[in-house]
Each structure stands twice: as C-alpha cells, then as structure tokens.
Design a protein around this ligand. Sequence first.
Ligand code: 13P
Length: 250
Amino acid sequence: MSRKPIVAGNWKMHKNTNEGINFASSVQNKLLKVGNVTVIYAPPFTGLFQLKVSPPYHKSAQNCHWEEKGAFTGETSVSMIKACGAEYVIVGHSERRQYFGETDELVNKKISAIISSDLDPIFCIGETLSQRESGETASVLKKQICDGLNNIESLSSIIIAYEPVWAIGTGLTADAEQIEKAHSHIVNVVSELYKKINVRVLYGGSVNSNNADQLIKIPKVDGFLIGGASLDVESFSSIVQIVEDNEEKK
Ligand code: 13P
C-alpha cells in the first residue's frame, strides 16, 4: 500500500444516488490534477454501486456485516460491498458505537471480514470528552486498537482514523499537540502488535477548508476523514487541493 495521504469524505446519511454522482463529478471538474492524494468517497449504501470512480478517486462503505450471507435483515456483507467496486469499509465509527451498539468485539469481527475479503478497513477510534478529561485517552485508544485487531494474526498495512468523539460535528478540533501525541501513540501501539506494518493515521473531527492546511502539517497526520465539510463541493475540493499542494512541497 502506498504512503499517499488520504482524504476521505464520510457522507453519513446524506446524498441520494444522483446527488452523490453529481457531487463527485463536480469535484472532479474542479480538481483537474490530483496526483499525490488518494480521495475516498463513502456514500450511503444506496449510492455505492452507481457512483463510478477511477483513481485517484475510490469508494468506501460506511459499515458492513461480518457474515458472508444469511438471515440478517437490513445488513450488507463485505462481498456485496466489494461487488459494488468499493475498496474500503469504515468500521467502528463513533456514531455506530454510540447509536447502534457497536462494541469492540463487533468491530473486531467486521475488521476480520473486511481483511479476509481483501478490502481495507478504515478503522475509527477516539476518546469521549470525559475520557480525555480524566486522562484516559491513551488507554482508551490502546484498548480500542487491541480489541479491534484481536486475533488478526498478520497485517501488512492498516488505516486508522483518529476521531476524538468530542470533535465530531462540534466545530472543535483537537489541537496540534493532542493530535500528534494521539497519532504517535496509535502508531506505537500498532507497531507493537505487528512487526512490519505500514500504519496510516487519518485525523477526523471538524476538519474544514480553513483548518486543513494547519492540520495536514502536523507530524504523523496521513490525511483526513471528513464529515460535514465533505458534503460541499467547494470545501471538499479545497481540502483535497490543500493536501495535494502540501504533499508536492515535501
Ligand atoms: P465532522 O467532520 O462533521 O466533524 O465529522 C467527522 C466524522 O465523523 C468523519 O467520520
């Protein structure tokens, strides 16, 4: 897997199929040359198949079930996602943990299923405000990583999205020191589990076109997972351009 930075748009429950297609073509028309960034769209399931992309643009699901098939009304398997042409699956997002009871154990089953199908998980972790305030950030992140990757024996690369829960959709972003510290910790924890592994850590939580330049320059930030600002053509394109320009200057 390359070390290119990633800019991923998690559309959550926004954009129907046509809106998604129109959005992606508007972004492509705006960004004439993207060579240094991997851009990922994560539409709702209804839009996943019809959204046609080619590199540097890629597709991700926002969730999956861990079983291959079966009587699981309303669920979608990884092989179905793969058949839509998606290469990534977001897993463990705090909204799924908070509203849909997704535990570390379920996250682990999903990650196993995603890896077995040769797709890449975008594995989300992050602490709540009360966990940060009580000094538990490092232990919470470590537990989420170790439990999420439990029994996954060999892994050559992983994408982790560090999304402090208190920064999601709030307009608050973690500061540079908090982000660098969390990302370094994540890399260390994963490197202890797997000897030779390519870990990329994305930051997520109120990223926008005004703070992206500052955030991408923080050491160990390998890109972004963006919610709100990924829904708007201007702001999403501008964030991709900022990451592209920053990479070119390296
Ligand atoms: P916001 O960018 O809206 O804070 O959302 C972040 C997020 O949850 C991406 O997965």
